[in-house]
Write a protein that binds this ligand. Structure first.
Ligand code: ADP
Ligand code: MG
Ligand code: ZN
Length: 479
């Protein structure tokens, strides 16, 4: 029997407000433990939370950008559970009345467009951080740092519409891009400002009902999410094939083994005994404010993509990749402003630049080649100073050293050979060395021509102008 996976993602994103969601404490990251706290976010008796207007605005921005309906009435609720990083004994979240509902994000996988529904977006507070260790006397200890307690989060719950790990990755990338375009979240999975829990089940192809799902946690990169899902889908299918059952539970991904392991049985919503938080008034969001926020939205990934296709006349595939992050789009536009041949810029970015960045696991804003440097190199190709072939070496050097193309070309003597005499000398040497091949070519075996061009290029260490080599070699062979 064939099985298909069903996946739904729950994403927590930290909002980039300067203060916390229910108090005035700073959200600044990496400070001394417990220096960004007050009676409210450490849960002192008698303290009262007050909602941060900016956090609500940011959450509305996200709701609008993902085509959600913003609820005119939403309600903070207490989610009760005990954990040492949660000083109040409950987390303030939203339950029956979330801030936004019924939206979608469009993804493209293998050229096919698909909408993934957003079921709900709600606001909540982050928990603190635990640090486990050992004292010098070898006693185990745990410290708790409340600096993160009360940092605003949005939770974005997708519909069970995702059908492969690849689609899950694409959905996450798109969602992160939207958050970054909106400038409301850094989207850094490694630092935990963008976190994902993945729900996954499998079912026989053709069956309508969903199978029993597990929830995967502890994945701190896009790669991990895709790997964890792949492993888990396989595990579930094997269970079902051998006549066993999938148990509904939470499982942890182990990046070292690439496997998921059982963490705990699935808790149900009623275990949390949610109830409306009596200290916070309901949110009533008026239409005017929503429209104001809508009017202030920046250009979003989908809109930018459309504009790129129109304005720069590049294929949709290119536009999709170039708008996948705000930084990438900016890089492209800055380069094109200096070297106005969009498709050429796009090709260099999508092939060479992305390959280097991927190998180093760097983001484009950490790229050692600036838009000005890339444009500078493209100008050298265009004006004939270097060949396209040499340019690849120049590019690698620019990436390695962070220097300008012009400097690299000059210092290494990589200037293209345009001198006919010099090229002709190389051609003569090649013709002498390969008399047999030359004969075959002259007898009509035209394929040999490419080989001979290659040899001439080798002789000139790749520096000869390829058009000239072609032209002069043809002439010479006709003699
Ligand atoms: P809970 O609150 O218990 O986590 P939800 O109903 O809010 O449950 O669903 C959480 C996520 O799980 C959603 O993204 C949803 O799309 C997904 N989901 C629900 N049922 C399944 C299933 N059978 N298989 C895969 N994903 C599912
Ligand atoms: Mg859940
Ligand atoms: Zn505080």
């Amino acid at each position: 029997m064939e099985y298909e996976p069903v996946i739904g993602l729950e994403v927590h994103a930290q909002l980039l407000t300067r203060s916390k969601i229910f108090c005035g404490c700073s959200t600044s990251f990496g400070e001394e433990p417990n220096t960004q706290t007050c009676p409210v976010c450490t849960g002192q008796p008698g303290s009262l939370p007050v909602v941060n207007r900016k956090a609500v605005e940011f959450a509305i921005r996200l709701g609008l950008a993902t085509h959600c309906r913003i609820a005119p009435f939403s309600l903070f609720a207490r989610k009760n559970y005990f954990y040492p990083d949660l000083p109040k004994g409950y987390q303030i979240s939203m339950y029956e009345h979330p801030l936004a509902e019924n939206g979608f994000i469009e993804i493209t996988v293998n050229g096919i467009k698909k909408r993934i529904r957003i079921i709900r977006i709600h606001m909540e507070e982050d928990a603190g951080k635990l640090k486990h260790g050992e004292t010098p006397e070898k006693f185990p200890y745990s410290y708790v740092d409340f600096n993160r307690t009360g940092v605003p989060l949005v939770e974005i719950v997708s519909g069970p519409d995702i059908r492969s790990p690849q689609e899950a990755g694409e959905y996450l990338r798109r969602l992160r891009a939207i958050l970054q375009y909106l400038e409301i979240c850094t989207g850094d999975m490694e630092k935990g400002t963008f976190r994902c829990d993945a729900n996954v089940s499998v079912r026989p192809v053709g069956q309508k009902e969903f199978g029993t799902r597990t929830e995967l946690k502890n994945m701190n990169s896009f790669k991990h999410v895709e790997k964890a899902l792949e492993y888990e889908i396989k595990r579930q299918i094997e269970l079902l094939r051998s006549g066993e059952e999938v148990i509904q539970e939470t499982r942890l991904f182990d990046a070292n083994t690439g496997m998921t392991v059982s963490m705990r049985g699935k808790e149900e919503a009623h275990d949390y005994r949610y109830f409306p938080d009596p200290d916070l008034v309901p949110l009533r969001i008026d239409e005017r404010w929503i429209e104001e926020i809508r009017a202030g939205l920046p250009e979003l990934p989908d809109q930018k993509k459309e504009r790129f296709i129109q304005q720069y006349q590049i294929p949709e595939y290119d536009a999709e990749i170039l708008t996948s992050s705000k930084a990438m789009a900016k890089y492209f536009e800055e380069t094109v402003a200096l070297f106005p041949e969009p498709k050429v810029v796009s090709n260099w970015m999508m092939v060479e630049l992305l390959r280097e960045l991927k190998r180093d696991e760097r983001e484009i804003d950490q790229c050692p080649i600036t838009p000005r440097h890339l444009a500078g190199m493209l100008i050298l190709i265009k004006n004939g100073t270097i060949s396209g072939k040499i340019a690849k070496d120049v590019f690698e050097e620019m990436y390695r050293t962070g220097e300008e193309a012009e400097k690299i070309v000059k210092e290494r003597g990589w200037v293209q050979i345009l001198d006919r005499g010099e090229i002709e000398r190389a051609i003569e040497q090649v013709i002498e060395a390969y008399t047999k091949q030359v004969d075959e070519y002259r007898k009509g075996k035209e394929k040999i021509f490419g080989f001979l061009v290659g040899e001439v290029m080798k002789k000139t260490r790749g520096k000869a102008n390829p058009q000239l080599v072609n032209e002069l070699l043809k002439k010479k062979l006709k003699e």
